[in-house]
Design a protein around this ligand. Structure first.
Ligand SMILES: [Zn+2]
Ligand SMILES: [Zn+2]
Length: 263
């Protein structure tokens, strides 16, 4: 029996739903960090994490996107991800646990990963990280990611930025990938490597997401623009002419005092 069937049997969650929670069959699969550990300091590990996210979880769990090489930061906590235990420097290998303990404890030394300090990362790196992630996510949903060359270009980022020529993005540690993103973020006026596509519509969407700083801010900009347009189109209400009550009463009293006098 495979792992998904065992999970389904013990949780009551149907197998198709469990598959939908995984990255199986996803076009993003090519960006997954490999399981194999080459033992090198700047080499990738299988899983990343944000200690703040784990600390806030009622039941700490590792996010799916932390397995992707294009992710280097947490937008929510405005910090970088970690890919090693800060106590023993070993990779995060929850599958290596020998006893039944929550997964946020290092399988090698038992360190509580929720206690790991925040990793500083610049806003420009976080913004680029988020834009790349949003673009990939949307194009994965639209199934265009399978047809275009975006993933291939992302994998070639270390070469593109001149930091680690010929090395694939998935082979690098989080800190090494942050260095690559930092180099690219400096060239904000030259994001054509990310924007260009044979499909002009896709290129426009990518450019819009980049200039807004992500998909969510882009949608907010659109919504605000639509709201402004809707308000401009509303019929203008002209105020009805009104007479002050006091003025009216004064005029009435004068008229009653001297009926011949015109008001
Ligand atoms: Zn976080
Ligand atoms: Zn450890």
């Amino acid at each position: 029996m495979d792992a998904v069937s065992v999970l389904s049997e013990h949780t009551g969650v149907l197998v198709p739903r469990l598959w939908a929670m995984s990255l199986k069959g996803s076009p993003l699969k090519r960006l997954l960090l490999p399981l194999r550990d080459d033992g090198r300091r700047r080499g990738s590990t299988w899983l990343q994490f944000c200690s703040q996210c784990l600390a806030e979880d009622a039941q700490p769990y590792f996010r799916r996107q932390w397995r992707l090489a294009n992710r280097v930061s947490c937008q929510h906590h405005r910090c970088g991800l970690r890919d090693r235990c800060p106590s023993c420097r070993s990779r995060i290998a929850v599958f290596n646990q020998v006893e039944l303990v929550p997964q946020h404890f290092c399988a090698t030394c038992g360190f509580d990963l929720r206690q790991a300090s925040k990793v500083p990362v610049s806003p420009s790196i976080r913004s680029l990280d988020q834009c790349v992630h949003d673009i990939c996510r949307l194009e994965a949903i639209a199934s265009t990611l399978l047809k275009n060359s975006l993933v291939r270009r992302l994998l070639a980022i270390p070469d593109l930025c001149g930091q680690y020529p010929t090395v694939s993005l998935v082979r690098l540690s989080t800190s090494a990938r942050v260095r690559c993103f930092a180099r690219l973020a400096i060239r904000q006026n030259d994001y054509n490597w990310l924007i260009d596509d044979d499909d002009a519509v896709i290129a426009v969407w990518r450019r819009s997401i980049l200039s807004a700083g992500g998909h969510a801010p882009f949608i907010e900009l659109l919504a605000n623009a639509l709201e402004r347009k809707r308000r401009r189109c509303l019929p203008v209400k002209r105020p009805r002419p009104t007479t002050e009550l006091s003025t009216f009463l004064t005029a009435y009293l004068r008229m009653m005092e001297n009926p011949r006098r015109s008001v």
